[in-house]
Write a new protein. Sequence first.
Length: 556
Amino acid sequence: MITSKKKVIHLIHQILKLNLVFFIITLINSFIPAQTSVQIPHLEIQTSGSTQLIVHGQPFLMIGGELGNSNASDLKFMEWIWPKLDTIGLNTVLVPVYWELLEPEEGEFDFSLLDGIIKKAREYDMHLVLLWFGSWKNSMSCYVPQWVKTDQKRFPRAVNEQGRGMEMLSAFSVNNRKADARVFTELMKHLKQIDGKDNTVVMIQVENEIGMIPQARDRSKQADDEFSKPVATELISYLQKNKNKLIPAFYDLWGENGFKTTGTWQDVFGVGPVAEEIFSAWCYARYVNDIAEQGKAEYPLPMYVNAALIRPNYKPGQYPSGGPLPHLMDVWRAGAPAIDFLSPDIYFPTFAEWCRRYHQSGNPLFIPEVALDENTAANAFYAFSQHEAMGFCPFSIEYLADPQNAKLSKVYYLLRQMSTFILASQGKDKMRGALLDEVNQRDTLEIGEYRFNIAHDYTFAWAKHAEGPWPRVGGMIISVAPDEFFIAGSGIIVTFETNPPGKATVGIASIDEGKFVDSKWIAGRRLNGDQSHQGRHLRIPTTDIGIQRIKLYTYK
């Protein structure tokens, strides 16, 4: 009996000790701050209104390229691509994800291809932007699975004016939208699971170059029925609330019909293809918003949509109509709030014009596709400086010839040197860019107390001219101090005036060429002699790609 009492007492002591230990641990934990959750890539709007992509807690500049459509469908084929991308100097690769390969059988998902691409991107220290080739790619539904393509009753297609089905899913089908949203949600869920901490994938493009062609809208019975109904109340409410902030092109379009707020699409926006395109844009936007919204519920990475642009003088129906084009920006904003921004795929020579049209009304510039040609390098300088682009990505980047010596590779090397400095200058009215060619030989930029007169290098009497048309050239100017600037680029000559002109004469105190190493400026030669034409200008010839630091002063 005594032995049993001793055991009971001993047991009570042990319990008391355990409770005391638990109390002490709890007390200590109460003073330790909770571990900060992993910060996934996201967009931050600066107080100036500029937008930056934040990765691992720091602003990130996407110096990138997009792969050709089919090349990411086979890991073995990709083996030659990765080292070439590394040579070019990319830090971001845009890679398609194909619905038909991700869900070859309904409800059965295969992520092995995606996992392999993410693994290789990590090996080469690159980030990824995934392009969701779901319901539409370049207007058509070429990447939907066969079980969708072959069941047109369940997954109906858009209908043309002759009443025949087209090679594109109908945006009015609930089944189409739900099937796309389900697989996209599985994709985002998988990304969170395998990449939620590493953040290899930084953004998602939802669909690709959406738009109706060769007509302005779907002619199916369901589309006809919807088109005859009143304009969606959500769109009318948005237009009324934001009337004084609408994109000018859309404001004028709405105003031509009297700013009506009730009636059918033709009552409010007029009879003809213009109203039909607005209707298509709304329907596409609502479809895409549902997909993006469900995906973000699993893993809220930044998401955008891209647009195939309009050739000069083309009318709705002659181009992919209803896509995220500048004149439809307000329709997309109203219909797809889950989409963070709209982006242009620029293949036309009017590069600067399209940058301006997309970089407006709070829409940040990101260029997911741009022509890979002799103008690409100059375009990159302009996009990052004049329009504070979040990223710049030539299409089929893997086919860049001679990547070791290509001009684009050298420009990318320079931009990566300057990326921290470029990001720090965004939104502070300290950075400008110029884009010049044989037609537009000169430009004038203003920063602070100075005016910079930039001319094409071929305007200089002693410049070496290559045969044929003048090459497109470009450059950027970034203020370091009121009288001190970095000027980078190729093929430019810069002279200086006060702002406004005539206050005094501007002189060059010094020009140093150099480079950035680990974000620190390392000066090289002092260029105060022949290279500056004895203090008359700053020059970076077309044969060079470089950075120069200039100090200015004034005298009378």
